[in-house]
Design a protein around this ligand. Structure first.
Ligand SMILES: [Zn+2]
Length: 354
């Protein structure tokens, strides 16, 4: 059996369309026929050359698909330990990591030494079908997997395993949300999802901050109670219990700390690329008993929360509006161009069924 795939060599070079023989599965592996993928911001950054990944590679890690086959031995189980079934629609975590590694045991499998990351691996003859821009993906052993209800539309499920799971991780680090005032910087895909997630977790106030007024308007429909232009807001007055930055802008990260009430926690999620240093006032951090945490990717618990969140609230919030559903795999190049030129929250790629 063969699979089509889209190969990324380097920025500025057109994507290559290729075909490969699907290798024989080994124990613990799951063959998935991809049904839908969304282009994450990091895919676009790699495509544009803003970040350098191992290449050639198959981009795309926000993916959903249907189980086609298992490797030899017992059928693998899902993230709750339930046996998986051929034919099920599933989503899976962005990573595979040995659950017994020291890092996994500490709750940060994304930093395990044996980490395998979908959409970020080098394409080799002995290591293929690990990204969303291919007809099939081979899920490696130790990948957290969860089945999806058929009634949830594909675009909404595709965003689970990067955007929604990362937001779930940021809320976990932020701590108790009930009755707390939250301020969020960077109301793109993650910030918009975070508005809804914070509200559903019981935040009393959700303040959305961005320079883009259209995005702030959308934030309101996702549960933001106050929307402020981040370049005009008097952040010292915010006095938020929890602040989260998804923008990665230095000024926003600095503001997220200045905006904290006494005993507050700031979580930084954006800005996963080399840039200038952030300037902080140590005296204020000490006197206000502030906590600052960083988050890169997420763990299996966050992934489970993300699946629950989308399957529970996909009708309550207009997630579908955030995804431009206009391309097939054959038009992957156009999908990237559209994402760069028009900058929607997400561009979706659907796979034609045979
Ligand atoms: Zn991503």
């Amino acid at each position: 059996m063969e699979s089509k795939l889209v190969v990324f060599e380097k920025a500025g070079q057109p994507l290559q369309f290729a075909t490969c023989e699907i290798p024989a599965l080994t124990e613990g592996q799951v063959l998935v026929r991809n049904e839908y993928a969304t282009l994450c911001r990091s895919d676009i950054s790699t495509y544009m050359g803003k970040r350098i990944e191992k290449s050639p590679t198959i981009l795309g890690h926000e993916i959903v698909g249907r189980i086609v086959a298992f490797g030899p031995g017992e059928a693998p189980c899902d993230a709750y330990g339930r046996p998986l079934e051929v034919g099920s629609r599933i989503t899976w975590a962005i990573y595979a990591a040995n659950p017994d590694s020291e890092m996994s045991r500490r709750g940060i499998p994304q930093k395990s030494p044996d980490l395998f990351k979908y959409g970020h691996e080098q394409l080799r003859a002995d290591n293929t079908l690990h990204g969303g821009l291919a007809e099939y993906t081979i899920l490696r052993r130790y990948t957290p997997i969860l089945p999806l209800p058929e009634e949830v539309p594909l675009p909404e499920t595709a965003i689970i395993n990067c955007a929604v799971s990362t937001v779930a991780g940021s809320l976990r680090l932020a701590g108790e949300m009930k009755g707390r005032k939250v301020a969020l910087w960077g109301i793109g895909m993650l910030g918009t999802i975070a508005c809804a997630m914070c509200r559903e977790a019981g935040a009393s106030e959700v303040v959305a901050l961005d320079i883009n007024e259209e995005r702030l308007e959308t934030a309101r429909r996702f549960g933001a109670t106050t929307c402020l232009r981040s370049d005009q807001a008097d952040v010292e007055k915010l006095k938020a219990d929890i602040t989260i930055d998804y923008s990665g802008f230095i000024g926003a990260m600095e503001d997220s700390v200045r905006a904290l009430a006494i005993g507050g926690t700031a979580v930084w999620v954006g800005g996963v690329c080399p840039q200038d240093k952030v300037k902080l006032d140590s005296e204020q951090i000490i006197r206000r008993l502030s906590t600052i945490k960083g988050l890169h990717n997420y763990n299996a618990e966050d992934f489970k929360v993300a699946v629950d969140f989308i399957t529970t609230y996909y009708k309550k919030y207009p997630f579908a509006e955030l995804i431009y559903d206009g391309f097939t795999l054959e038009h992957a190049e156009d999908a990237f161009r559209y994402a760069i030129e028009r900058n929607p929250y997400r561009v979706g790629i659907h796979f034609q069924s045979k």
